[in-house]
Design a protein around this ligand. Structure first.
Ligand code: NDP
Length: 310
């Protein structure tokens, strides 16, 4: 029985080599060279794979996302009925995300946008010193990525808050949940970080209403999914100065169209969905572990809850 890999051509062989390094006996097929569909027992996929296609494999036991997000697997038509889906929980993926958020928190906190503008105009001018203890960071989502990011920012002495679906408690972090909790957190957030999964409940959560709740001059960092942000509402908030800057790694659609205003907006930092990229050698052991469990009928790890959507 074989594992089907389906991702960008550039990383397909890295994934194959990483899986073989964990278990050299694996039979790995690189999409679209599938061979006999009845021989496929697991599919390890990234965003470009068509879920309808997975219905061709009568012996499929497991689908694995090559990242932390699973919105690409759950959107219609979704995975074949009855087949479990696992996501990655990977320390190096988490580290990469914490680094990216930290990079942008510090850029905004240390007035780097203003200093770059001054440099362009050859202006030598010291701005008022920023106070870390007064720069409140609000994180949407305190899961694998949001939780680790919150802890790192807290260790740097930023006041950190976090918003979740169910009540959570994290040492040194002020937590909020549910709709009222969101509004309460936004009202005292100077840097808003989005690390939510994209679900029907979280789509469009950053919109004209919620942006208006932020204090004037707040910043946005979105590393989750483009669908969390209503782009036109964010552009209006940036144009009015209510939002002072945005670091965006994710968009809808991707790639960001060449004529999109985000590309040229002076207050927007654009990244090509590269905040944290899975390192196959780090992620491969858990994929093989899950395959073993599926073969032996043992409980799987990192399973997606279809009802919650993440
Ligand atoms: P997790 O599933 O570990 O955590 C999700 C968090 O979001 C949880 O705290 C959860 O709350 C919260 N949440 C979910 N739904 C709601 C809701 N309706 N209201 C309030 N809170 C909610 O996810 P990860 O931290 O691993 O990943 C988050 C996302 O980051 C991924 O889904 C993916 O889209 C994105 N990502 C982006 C990458 C990039 O390079 N740009 C790389 C990797 C991931 P609760 O704790 O109550 O369950």
């Amino acid at each position: 029985m074989a594992i089907l890999l389906s991702t960008k051509a550039a990383t397909m062989e890295d994934w194959r080599d990483a899986l073989l390094a964990v278990d050299p006996s694996l039979d790995i097929r690189l999409f679209p060279d599938v061979g006999d569909p009845a021989g496929i027992e697991a599919a390890v996929c990234w965003t470009q794979h068509d879920m309808a296609e997975l219905r061709r494999y009568p012996n499929l036991k497991l689908i694995v996302s090559m990242g932390a997000g699973v919105d690409h697997l759950l959107r219609p038509p979704g995975p074949p009925p009855g087949i479990p889906v696992a996501r990655l929980k990977d320390a190096r993926l988490t580290q990469g995300m914490a680094e990216w958020v930290l990079l942008n928190v510090l850029r905004f906190h240390r007035q780097d946008l203003e200093y770059r503008e001054q440099q362009a105009a050859r202006v030598w001018n010291e701005l008022p010193a920023p106070d870390t203890h007064k720069r409140r960071v609000g994180i949407l989502g305190l899961g694998e990525l949001g939780g680790a990011t919150a802890r790192i920012l807290r260790a740097l002495e930023f006041p950190v808050m976090g918003w979740t679906r169910s009540p959570r408690s994290l040492d040194g972090i002020e937590t909020f949940h549910g709709a009222d909790g969101l509004d309460a957190m936004l009202a005292k957030t100077d840097i808003l970080v989005c690390l939510l999964p994209l679900t029907p409940d979280t789509r469009g959560v950053i919109n004209a209403r919620t942006l208006a709740l932020l204090p004037k001059g707040a910043f946005l960092i979105n590393a989750a999914r483009g669908g969390h942000v209503v782009a036109e509402d964010l552009l209006a908030a940036l144009d009015s100065g209510h939002v002072a800057g945005a670091a965006l790694d994710v968009f809808e659609p991707e790639p960001l169209p060449a004529d999109h205003r985000f590309w040229t907006h002076p207050k927007v930092l654009v990244w090509p969905h590269a905040a944290s990229i899975t390192i196959p050698s780090s992620a491969a052991p858990q994929v093989v572990e899950n395959l073993q469990r599926a073969r032996e009928g043992r409980p799987l790890i990192n399973l997606v809850d279809f009802t919650a959507g993440y």
